[in-house]
Design a protein around this ligand. Structure first.
Ligand SMILES: Cc1cc2nc3c(=O)[nH]c(=O)nc-3n(C[C@H](O)[C@H](O)[C@H](O)COP(=O)(O)O)c2cc1C
Ligand code: SF4
Length: 388
């Protein structure tokens, strides 16, 4: 066991949460180029999972032709094991609104939306109260940027950015073909920046502290901190803000129950890391990235059951639009059931892994493309638990 604890960080939940939009008032006096320069310098990458460089996303949207542009905050938070955006919106909503308004100024948008997960409806009254305060403050500093909340209805796929726009437009939540990307064709077909809740808070704090101070946290590829949702076999489940780029073995030393055999990093669409690889695994964009979900499993858990559970989830949540995902998710689930019952030989698992890899190449969106992450990493590392 390592005796030094992982460093706790207080960038997201800490100070300035209740300051009445002073950082926003100061930031909107800056030229857009300076804001973009600072963002680029900070190295901030999106916190929704994929890690796209935020400054580039904003720059492309700012440069896209058209007067009508939008800012969307992705608060769908449907990834199994992730519950940190709920906490951020509860504790520091003004930081989220400030980040969105800074984005509006930079890209030339007058309107922003928070797409709130349907199950988080209970947050609505307080968020609306806070928004009243935001709008009064925006008016007093002469900022023409309003924010509205749109509620989802409980579909995981609506967290995917283009399906989210479809849902906001009143259509069935199905992903679009890409390109075009949201930077040129987003909500209502207009240039749109869509960022995760936590990404917007990071932006506000980069403007508050400056990019140099932000960069002091994390590693070269993974700057800053991350809010982690820790669950599973741990005595201290909850929300923790830690530096990015930590070694997984130190995380397990601190959060495990002494018998951790695997950590699922990044939810059902992420990777399962077995005990023997904890030491060589870095949590960050240079290693295994995560939108926040960290699920620990001890030796009492059946990894077959864990995988079966994920496959049922994907089968249920697949929008059904493309064949590799609609049929592939079902076949993977039926396939592992057949191997477990002894109806198929263990070699059949190799064929199933090939199927999941071809889904990665042929599925239309990130849902179908990411099934292989958990499938291959669980089957490969826990083969003995999959067989009859
Ligand atoms: C199936 C699926 C679900 C997703 N759910 C979310 C989500 O709940 N929240 C989120 O921020 N991003 C989610 N994403 C990623 C978004 O498409 C998008 O990349 C993200 O909102 C961009 O924000 P960022 O650059 O700040 O990370 C999801 C992607 C897929 C494929
Ligand atoms: S990969 Fe799955 S969720 Fe995505 S478009 Fe195809 S069927 Fe729908």
């Amino acid at each position: 066991m390592s005796d030094t604890k992982l460093k706790r960080v207080d960038l997201i939940f800490g100070e300035y949460s209740n300051v009445k939009y002073k950082v926003l008032a100061d930031t909107i006096k800056l030229p857009n180029d300076k804001i973009l320069e600072d963002l680029l310098e900070s190295g901030l990458r999106g916190r929704g999972g994929a890690g796209f460089p935020t400054a580039m996303k904003w720059k492309y949207t700012a440069q896209a032709p058209g007067d009508e542009k939008y800012v969307v905050c992705n608060a769908d938070e449907g990834e199994p094991g992730t519950f940190k955006d709920r906490e951020i919106l509860t504790r520091v909503p003004r930081k989220v609104f400030s980040g969105m308004a800074i984005c509006g100024k930079v890209i030339g948008a007058k309107k922003g939306f928070i797409y709130l997960r349907g199950e988080y409806k209970f947050l609505l009254p307080e968020l609306l109260r806070e928004l009243e305060g935001y709008h009064e403050n925006a008016k007093s500093i002469g900022l023409d940027f309003s924010i509205e909340i749109r509620l989802g209805s409980g579909a995981y796929i609506c967290g995917e950015e283009s399906a989210l726009f479809e849902s906001m437009e009143g259509n069935r939540g199905e992903p679009r073909n890409k390109p075009p990307y949201p930077t040129t064709f987003g909500y209502l077909g207009k240039p749109t920046v869509i960022n995760n809740v936590e990404t917007f808070v990071n932006i506000m704090m980069i403007m508050r502290l400056g990019p140099i101070q932000f960069k002091m946290l994390g590693t070269t590829d993974s700057r800053g901190s991350k809010v982690f949702s820790v669950s599973g076999d741990t005595p201290i489940a909850g929300i923790y803000e830690l530096e990015l780029g930590m070694p997984l073995d130190r995380f397990v030393d601190e959060f495990g129950d002494g018998d951790t055999k695997a950590v699922q990093v990044g939810g059902a669409s992420g990777f399962c890391v077995p005990r023997k690889k904890f030491k060589d695994t870095v949590i960050g964009f240079e290693g295994v990235p995560t939108g926040g979900s960290m699920m620990l499993f001890n030796s009492s858990r059946s990894m077959y059951n864990v995988l079966h559970n994920y496959l049922e989830f994907f089968e249920e949540e697949s929008c059904g639009q493309c064949t590799p995902c609609r049929v592939g998710c079902q076949q993977l689930r039926k396939g592992i059931e057949a191997v477990k019952k002894g109806d198929k030989k263990s070699q059949y698992l190799e064929q199933l892994m090939k199927l999941s890899e071809s889904m990665k190449l042929t599925a239309k969106c990130g849902l179908g493309q990411s099934v292989a992450n958990s499938f291959s990493s669980i089957v490969y590392n826990f083969k003995e638990e999959m067989i009859y």
